[in-house]
Write a protein that binds this ligand. Structure first.
Ligand code: FAD
Length: 387
C-alpha cells in the first residue's frame, strides 16, 4: 500500500508538529515554507496544557525541558524604571503549574525540526499559489512552478494564511482585531537597569512591554499597546510606531529603539481568526491560520502542538474516511479553542489596561500572587496552565 501524502504549508510550530505527527502514522509530509531558511528566536511563550501533553506523547519533553527558561522572577517597574513589586521565581513556578514551561518560540520550532527533519521533505523559499481538489486528491501549485498532488493539504501558515485566503476566502471575513498592536524582538543584551533572571514588565494605561532574560545570553522583548486603527500603526513601521506609543522619559525604550533592526521585529495587529469550519474537503487549517487565539490567551503554541497531535490521532482512527477524521478532529478541539479565544479577549486589559482603575485592578492580584490561594486563582485567570 502506498503511503498517504500531506502537503503542509508553513514550517512554524503548527506545521512542524503536524509533519512530525503525520510521519509517525506513516504519512509522507512535504512542508513548504515561505521564508528562505529556518526562522530564529522570536519571543518567549508559555507552553502548557494540551501542548505539553501532546509533546509528552510525541517524546519531545526532554528536549523542551533542556531549553526551558528556569527560575525567573516577574519584576514590575514604573515607566521611569523604579521598581513597583516583584513575584519571586518560586511563586512563578507555582503559577506555571506542574508542566508549564517558558520557552523561546524558536526553541520549540528547533525541537520539532530536529525530530522531523529526517522524516519529511522541507522546501524553503516556497509557497502555495493555487489549490484545486477532487474526490481523489488535492493539487497544490507551488511558487517554484511545480504542482504537487496529495491526500491532504494542511494550511499552517499563520495569522495571514495564504491557504485560508485561497480556499476559504479573504482574511477580512475571518479576522477579529482586538484593537492592539504587538511588536516582539530579540536583543543582544539586557537594557541598563533590567534585573537579571527576570521577566520585567512596565505597564501604563494602554501599553505594556516586557523584557525577558532567557538565560544563556539571550534576551527577548515584546510590546503591546492599544490602537484604534492597528493597520495605520503597522504602516508606520515598528520604530516610529513604538516611539510614538511609548513617548517621553520611558525607561529602556530609547536604548531598545536605538539598536532596533526593523526587519527583525515581529510587528502585527493582535487579531483572532474566527471560522465556522477549519476544513473544506481535503484542506485543513491548523494553528494560528485556523483559530489564532492571540498572545493575550498565552496558549497559541500549545494549541498548535495539541491540534497537530489530535489531527494525527483522528487520521489514524479513520484511515479510509478523511471527512470523518476531520470532523472528529474539529469536534474534539473546538470547545478548547473557543474557550481560549474567550480568555484572550477577556485578558486584553491585563496586558494593556484601558484606564487607571484597570491598571490598579491588574496590579492588585499580581501583588498578592505570593499568597497560595491567589496564586492558584491567578494562574487560572492568566491561562498559565491547563487547570
Ligand atoms: C508576543 C507573542 C507572545 C506569545 N505568547 C504565547 C504564549 O505565552 N503561549 C503560547 O502558547 N502562545 C503564545 N503566542 C502565540 C504563539 O506564538 C502562536 O500561536 C504560535 O507560534 C502559532 O504557530 P503557527 O505555526 O500556527 O503560526 P506561525 O508561528 O505564524 O508560523 C507560520 C509559518 O508559516 C510561514 N508562512 C506564512 N505564510 C506562508 C506562505 N504563504 N507560504 C509558506 N509559508 C508561510 C511563516 O513563515 C511561518 O514559518 C504568542 C505570540 C506572540 C506574538
Amino acid at each position: 500500500m502506498t503511503a498517504k501524502r500531506a502537503i503542509i504549508v508553513g514550517a512554524g510550530i503548527a506545521g512542524l508538529a503536524a509533519a512530525l505527527r503525520l510521519s509517525r502514522i506513516g504519512w509522507e509530509p512535504l512542508v513548504v515554507e515561505r521564508a528562505p531558511s529556518r526562522r530564529e528566536g522570536g519571543y518567549a511563550v508559555v507552553f502548557s496544557g494540551l501542548g505539553h501533553a501532546a509533546a509528552e506523547r510525541m517524546g519531545l519533553l526532554p528536549a523542551l525541558r533542556e531549553r526551558q527558561v528556569d527560575a525567573f522572577d516577574l519584576a514590575y517597574l514604573r515607566a521611569d524604571g523604579r521598581p513597583r513589586f516583584k513575584i519571586p521565581h518560586t511563586t512563578v513556578r507555582r503559577l506555571l503549574g506542574d508542566g508549564g514551561m517558558a520557552l523561546l518560540r524558536g526553541d520549540i520550532e528547533d525541537v520539532l525540526y530536529e525530530a522531523v527533519a529526517d522524516h519529511a521533505h522541507i522546501r524553503f523559499g516556497t509557497t502555495a499559489t493555487a489549490v484545486a481538489q477532487d474526490d481523489e486528491g488535492v493539487d497544490v501549485t507551488l511558487s517554484d512552478g511545480s504542482t504537487e498532488r496529495a491526500d491532504l493539504l494542511v494550511g499552517a501558515d499563520g495569522l495571514h494564511s495564504t491557504v485560508r485566503e485561497l480556499v476559504f476566502g479573504p482574511e477580512e471575513r475571518h479576522r477579529r482585531d482586538l484593537g492592539h498592536v504587538v511588536a516582539a524582538l530579540t536583543l543582544d543584551e539586557l537594557p541598563d537597569g533590567a534585573p537579571e533572571r527576570a521577566f520585567t514588565t512596565v505597564t501604563a494605561v494602554g501599553r505594556t512591554f516586557t523584557i525577558a532574560d532567557l538565560g544563556r545570553g539571550r534576551v527577548a522583548a515584546f510590546f503591546t499597546y492599544s490602537a484604534e486603527d492597528p493597520d495605520a500603526e503597522l504602516a508606520k513601521g515598528p520604530r516610529r510606531a513604538l516611539q510614538q506609543a511609548y513617548p517621553g522619559q520611558h525607561w529602556a525604550i530609547p536604548q531598545l529603539l536605538a539598536g532596533l533592526r526593523e526587519e527583525a521585529v515581529y510587528f502585527d495587529s493582535v487579531s483572532q481568526i474566527v471560522m465556522d469550519r477549519w476544513s473544506r474537503g481535503r484542506v485543513a487549517l491548523l494553528g494560528d491560520a485556523a483559530w489564532c487565539v492571540t498572545l493575550f490567551a498565552g496558549y497559541g503554541s500549545s494549541l498548535a502542538v495539541g491540534g497537530a497531535d489530535l489531527l494525527g490521532t483522528e487520521l489514524e482512527r479513520h484511515p479510509a474516511d478523511l471527512p470523518a477524521a476531520l470532523r472528529a478532529w474539529e469536534d474534539a478541539l473546538r470547545p478548547e479553542v473557543l474557550e481560549r479565544q474567550r480568555k484572550g479577549r477577556a485578558n486584553t486589559g491585563v496586558h494593556a489596561p484601558r484606564n487607571r482603575l484597570e491598571l490598579a485592578m491588574r496590579d492588585l492580584p499580581l501583588r498578592l500572587a505570593t499568597v497560595p490561594p491567589v496564586t492558584h486563582l491567578l494562574s487560572r485567570h492568566l491561562s498559565l496552565h491547563n487547570q
